[in-house]
Design a protein around this ligand. Structure first.
Ligand code: AMP
Length: 540
């Protein structure tokens, strides 16, 4: 079954109202397949990547079942438990569930159990038996053991989301212990992007005669069509040059996540972009979770367009003390999977990740739900080439390769002096200083926050995360692009005022349809022609 309307699924009006307020006119393919099975009471193993609408695929049947149950019994009871491997994902799943219960929020209560803070308040809330509890296995287990939460007689639905991460994040023992608190009969959903050995183990532990759901080849193709993937082969030193040209020539526009492979590199990129007057924020795993969520929240609200992230996200903090994660490569998934970035138009792999799975999860941050997006990867020969090949295998059995973004390096050679100038300033010491400075600032901010900002809301602007970090000078002249640096093929479109501003598109004063928007996206429409004096063919 492909996408379908929500109406014929026989959902409660309050759910349909929420879906309609969210602006969802049709199910995603994975929802079309799994919702009817879940509504029929089956255990379901769903193979779906993040961005496919997988959360609603289990959240809709859960809310429907609770609304149904409440027609027959007004008894307060925790009927659904959603287990996720990270605190960030907890927030995300809770948010999605709350959105879907917006028309019945008094009747169906959703509670998040993911941190130790506020335990007393949480005890009181849990004692009132919220209908849906979302948490990491360890936090939920702690409450079950402390008897602050009870599910034995009431639970009818269990979800394990991002199941392939649950064991590798060290939750195996917790999950095994948790099963003794579950009732004998309980409908269970396992959601996983990949079907690993761990998922097989989990399947045996919690599922009974499950139905497996995944997308068929045709549906996968459609899903892939939403995401245009390109790569540029380059030398390691040319990555900064390429980035500078793409940004300054406005070939990469719109909300973009730039992925690199280490925290140091995050700062290097941020400082480098600052040199060219391009503000970006970054996600630093060393900062507290609240700060990271704040950064993502601001990015999601469109406060800034560029966010720099590495895969070095911390493991769930409540577990890391007890158990080391099983595979070092799992750290790859942290940032790429746990956090919901909204409205991301491009993913740029400045560095390719070290595993093909991480590539798949990174590019899954764009083209989410029914949206379109682009992913561009800078690929050096050797290890990065290998990873890209493996990722192509993983995505489509190698049938639909990540296309080359034919970019003529000679056309942007003029930027090299400026790039070298900028890199001279972005030294290791500058990176170290910027890293320390941000930690210091965060500490100060959080101390101040408690009392000060309530009385001085305007000062909240201090919390913007895209302020310049650079401890040394910024070279003002690098901010502008003199005409002689603009490749001949782009001169007419770059023009006197540059391309139309994003505001122009957003207000819909010209290019409102998706097709028109795609046409205007330089990543998809930029072409050098052979006729141009210096340019080679460039296609996207
Ligand atoms: P998920 O795979 O659950 O992380 O969802 C990815 C994104 O798709 C979320 O931002 C959802 O709000 C959105 N989404 C989920 N279902 C639909 C739908 N049927 N139509 C449009 N967007 C959706």
């Amino acid at each position: 079954m492909s996408v379908a309307a929500f109406g014929p699924l026989g959902l409660d009006d309050r759910l349909l109202k929420a879906v309609s307020r969210l602006g969802w006119s049709k199910t995603t393919p994975i929802q079309a397949k799994s919702i009817p099975l879940a509504l029929a009471g089956k255990d379901v193993l769903v193979k779906a990547k993040t961005g496919s609408g997988k959360t609603a695929a289990y959240a809709i049947p859960i809310v429907q079942a609770i609304l149904e149950a409440k027609k027959h019994s007004a008894k307060r009871a925790t009927r659904a438990l959603v287990l996720v491997p990270t605190k960030e994902l907890c927030k995300q799943a809770t948010k999605n569930l709350k959105e879907l219960t917006m028309a019945c929020s008094k009747l169906v209560r959703v509670v998040e159990v993911s941190s130790q803070s506020g335990t007393e308040t949480l005890r009181v809330i849990l004692a009132d038996c919220p209908d849906i509890v979302v948490g990491t296995p360890s936090r939920v287990l702690a409450h079950l053991q402390a008897k602050t939460m009870s599910i034995k007689d009431s639970l009818s639905m269990l979800v394990i989301d991002e199941a392939d991460l649950v064991f590798s994040f060290g939750y195996k023992d917790d999950l095994e212990a948790l099963t003794s608190f579950l009732p004998k009969i309980c409908q269970t959903f396992l959601i996983s992007a990949t079907l690993s050995e761990d998922v097989e183990l989990l399947k045996k532990l919690v599922l009974h005669n499950p139905v497996s759901v995944s997308l068929d080849e045709e549906e996968l193709k459609k899903e892939q069509a939403q995401l245009a993937q390109y790569h540029i082969r380059c030398q390691p030193d040319d990555k900064f040059l390429l980035l500078c040209a793409l940004l300054k020539l406005k070939l990469l526009r719109g909300k973009t996540i730039l992925f690199v492979n280490s925290v140091d590199r995050c700062y290097r990129l941020k400082l480098f972009m600052e040199q060219f007057g391009i503000p970006a924020c970054l996600l630093n795993p060393e900062l507290p979770q609240n700060s990271r969520c704040h950064v993502v929240d601001q990015f999601n609200r469109g406060v800034y367009d560029y966010i720099i992230a590495s895969d070095e996200m911390s493991a769930p903090s409540d577990k890391s003390r007890k158990t080391k994660r099983k595979k070092s490569s799992d750290k790859e998934y942290g940032i790429a999977r746990g956090i919901d970035f909204l409205g991301v138009e491009n993913v740029l792999n400045f560095d390719l990740p070290t595993t093909a799975s991480a590539y798949v999860h990174r590019v899954g941050r764009t083209a989410r739900g029914m949206e379109y997006g682009s992913a561009l990867s800078f690929v050096c020969s050797g290890e990065e080439e290998e990873i890209l090949k493996k990722a192509e295998e993983k995505l489509s059995g190698g049938k639909d390769p990540v296309r080359p973004y034919e970019f003529d390096m000679a056309e942007i050679e003029g930027f090299r002096y400026r790039v070298n100038d900028a890199l001279k300033i972005v030294t290791r010491a500058a990176v170290r200083e910027a890293r320390l400075k941000e930690i210091r600032t965060e500490l100060l901010n959080s101390e101040k926050l408690k009392a000060h900002f309530q009385d001085n809301p305007r000062d909240l602007q201090v919390l913007r995360h895209d302020k310049n970090l650079h401890p040394t000078r910024v070279q003002q002249h690098l901010k502008n692009v003199p005409t002689y640096l603009v490749p001949a093929a782009l001169k007419s479109s770059f023009g006197r005022d540059g391309p139309p501003s994003k505001k122009f598109y957003r207000k819909g004063q010209g290019h409102s349809s998706k097709a028109q928007k795609r046409k205007m996206d330089p990543l998809k429409s930029f072409k050098f022609t052979r006729d141009e004096p210096k340019a080679k063919k460039t296609k996207a």
